[in-house]
Design a protein around this ligand. Sequence first.
Ligand code: TYD
Length: 136
Amino acid sequence: MSDYILKLKEISDQRGSLVAVEAFKNLPFEIKRVYYLYKLSQFPRGFHAHKTLRQFMVCLHGTVKVILDDGLGNKNNILLKNPNEGILIEPYMWHEMFEFSNDCVLVVFANDYYNEGDYIRSYDEFQVAVRSLPSV
Ligand code: TYD
């Protein structure tokens, strides 16, 4: 599980806390897009993998659970609750977010623009795709 968690340096003093996310410094890819999720409900989200997109998800406020599934039988259930850590979601990693707290705010840093063609939204298709990757 810790393979997917990236801890970020928190700079805190009596005024509060600050965290910086910097491409190729504490994040292993360039940042072309940032999006955020809020006013989340009881409905889970995600349920897809990407073919090429690299992402880093941080829970800025509240809590959320995230399932990471490599399609080969390895599943991780991660509780995100600290704004100074996040999850690296690499290509071909099926992910599901659920049990959002009422005050949950998520921010995601991505290395490319939104492209529906990069999504795999069928779990069956995902499992077939993972098995046909050259490294497996
Ligand atoms: P989706 O990625 O399916 O959300 P989640 O994984 O949180 O369940 O995206 C939901 C909708 O928003 C879908 O219609 C695509 C659109 N969207 C954009 O237009 N731009 C973006 O950067 C993202 C992430 C989604």
